[in-house]
Each structure stands twice: as structure tokens, then as C-alpha cells.
Ligand binder design. Structure first.
Ligand code: SF4
Length: 337
């Protein structure tokens, strides 16, 4: 989808940050997770990180980000050092020793407004953006964000968008594929096409929870078995669908960096509104977020299937079988309900 990026002048991001500030500074944002996972050579990138000394039991996303930076010669990286992953702290130090300029960004765990404003102000100063330009950029991106809300509505209400299409547009909204104008053009064309489609009639409606999947084919596998993902929790969060006037408010509503309560409320709304039959909770091997599975299982009465992925690539047969069994079980429940 993206035209060639000049990585030497782009600014890498280890996770979602206020991208409005990056764009207002006239810089090109690059979500390094997407760079890694969409690479044709993602397995090679992992190998390169392991050769550089990253242990086998470090999460693949961390190793992928490291190698994406080194491979593309990214010179500046915004590292989310609070509210995402403690591994990023060490990764940032390693990158810094390799000559990469690190700009830390900390989401305050207590969701404190003034602390978040302070972080945004620091980022603004470091990138030499101005507040009037940031406000202009926010308005510009709000237009695209509204269209993503419509894409999501077409997914769960009009039922004309697949789980993968929904995932792809929403997950890319962390950096708008490094080019918001082109992204919007592609989104417009997609929405126009989707509106002409017949409604999908799946047997089972699913919510996908957790960080985006590292393996391909998950969504296609679900649809081939008569299910459809109509809620992509974290990918939707990346699109900031809240309609906030105020930039700080927008990033306070973003559920991912804070405690689980915000996520649970968001998921509960989706279960009701989108009439979900079950939830798939994706966890990443070696990730501390696996522990949240306990809280999710204690918070929801609808069935949850917990999956685990390690390295990029196609779905393994055991995971595919577990998805099939889960969808069969949900289908029988629907029949006997
Ligand atoms: S998946 Fe988990 S361990 Fe890996 S980068 Fe994300 S938060 Fe960190």
C-alpha cells in the first residue's frame, strides 16, 4: 500500500504515540512493528537480532523492531518507554549505542492528564513542532479517523467488511502508512467498494483481543470455518475512534497503555453492540501481557479462546485446529440457544 519510504529521514515509532506531533513537524512516521511484520524477510530480521545477541526468549516484536531499525538505517526512534513494554527500555539503550537517536515517550500509568501533557510538550519540543501546526494536523487526521469509524461500522453493522480488511486499515492507522494522503485515498476507494457488497452472513461473530497477531491467515482461517471477526480491539484503539476535540483527551481515552479497566469497559461495549458470540485473546510468546488473560477470563462470561503466537509466518496446524474446535462449539451453542 505504501510508496517507498526514505528511512534515513523518517522517524521510527516502537508503538502508537501522538502521531499528530510527528506529522506537524513535517516528519514521516514509521511504525516499526508494521515494517517488521510486513517485511518479506521477517524471519531473517529475527535471525539478525538473535545473531546480535537478543536471546531466544525475547519477544519477536522487540527483535523485529531492532532489526528493522538496523536494516533500514533509521536514525531516530520514538521509544514508548512507559505504558507499553519494559523490553523497550533495554532495546532503546541498545539502539542508542548503535548511534540511533532515541526520543522517549512515557504514557503515565495513572492516566494523569498533566503528566501526559508534559510528555506531549517534551515530544513537541524535541521535534520542533508548533501547537498551531499540531492542532491543524489533528483536524486533518480527525477526518481520516471518522472514515475509519465508518469502516468499523461497515464491519459490524452492515457486515460488508472482512475481519482482515478491518484489521489491516485499523492497524495501519498508527502511522497512516507513513503517508496520510495516500492512506486516505486508499481508504476512500475501499469504502466505496465495500458499500456495494452483499452483507456477509457468518454463523459466529468474534472479537479479537490483544496485540495484533504475528501470524498471517488468522482472519482467513476464521472465515473459512464460518466465523468472522467483527471487533479488532487494539487495532481499533490505534485508530482513536473517540471523536475528541482535545488531543490530550484523545490519548487519555486510548486504552492500551493504561490499566485493564479501560480495556474491559471497551470490550464489554463491543460484546453488546456487536453481538459477539466469543472472543479470541491473542498472546505473544514471552510477553508479560499473557497474564492479562486471567483478568479477561474473570471479566467475561462469553467463551474465550486464548491463542499464542511466536514468530511471523502462517498459522500452525495445532492453532488452526483449536480455532476450528472453538467455532464448532460456538456454532452448536447458537443452534441450541
Ligand atoms: S508483545 Fe509484549 S513483550 Fe512483545 S513488544 Fe509487545 S508488549 Fe513487549
Amino acid at each position: 500500500m505504501t510508496e517507498a519510504i526514505d528511512y534515513s529521514t523518517a522517524i521510527g515509532m516502537t508503538s502508537t504515540i501522538p502521531v499528530e506531533i510527528v506529522l506537524a513537524a513535517g516528519l514521516t512516521p514509521v511504525d516499526l512493528n508494521n515494517t517488521f511484520v510486513t517485511s518479506d524477510e521477517s524471519e531473517k530480521l529475527l535471525g539478525r537480532a538473535e545473531t546480535a545477541g537478543f536471546a531466544h526468549n525475547i519477544c519477536a516484536w522487540i527483535k523485529g523492531i531492532y532489526s528493522a531499525v538496523m536494516h533500514h538505517g533509521v536514525k531516530r526512534v520514538i521509544a514508548v518507554t512507559g505504558g507499553d513494554c519494559s523490553n523497550t527500555l533495554a532495546l532503546a539503550e541498545v539502539l542508542s549505542r548503535r548511534g540511533v537517536e532515541i526520543i522517549p515517550f512515557d504514557y503515565p500509568l495513572n492516566r494523569d492528564r498533566s503528566s501526559l501533557m508534559e510528555q506531549m510538550e517534551k515530544l513537541r519540543g524535541r521535534l520542533s513542532a508548533t501547537w498551531p501546526d499540531i492542532r491543524e494536523t489533528k483536524k486533518r487526521l480527525d477526518g481520516i479517523r471518522k472514515k475509519l469509524v465508518e469502516l468499523d461500522r461497515l464491519t459490524f453493522h452492515d457486515n460488508v467488511v472482512s475481519g482482515f480488511e478491518n484489521h489491516l486499515f485499523l492497524v495501519s492507522s498508527s502511522d497512516f502508512n507513513s503517508d496520510p494522503d495516500l492512506y486516505e485515498k486508499e481508504l476512500d476507494a475501499f469504502l466505496q467498494k465495500a458499500r456495494t457488497r452483499e452483507s456477509k452472513k457468518e454463523k459466529v461473530r468474534l472479537g479479537y483481543l490483544g496485540v495484533p497477531p504475528i501470524f498471517t491467515e488468522l482472519f482467513d482461517c476464521v472465515e473459512s470455518l464460518g466465523g468472522r471477526v467483527v471487533f479488532n480491539e487494539i487495532q481499533r484503539q490505534f485508530s482513536m475512534p473517540y471523536g475528541c476535540e482535545d488531543l490530550t483527551e484523545q490519548y487519555l481515552k486510548y486504552t492500551y497503555p493504561y490499566d485493564m479497566q479501560g480495556r474491559i469497559e471497551d470490550i464489554k461495549r463491543a460484546v453488546e453492540e456487536r453481538r459477539l458470540d466469543g472472543l479470541i485473546h491473542y498472546t505473544q510468546t514471552f510477553c508479560f501481557r499473557q497474564i492479562y488473560d486471567i483478568i479477561l477470563r474473570e471479566s467475561f462470561s462469553i467463551p474465550i479462546l486464548t491463542l499464542e503466537g511466536d514468530r511471523p509466518g502462517p498459522l500452525d496446524s495445532r492453532t488452526a485446529l483449536r480455532i476450528e474446535t472453538f467455532i464448532d462449539m460456538l456454532t452448536s451453542r447458537a443452534v441450541f440457544a
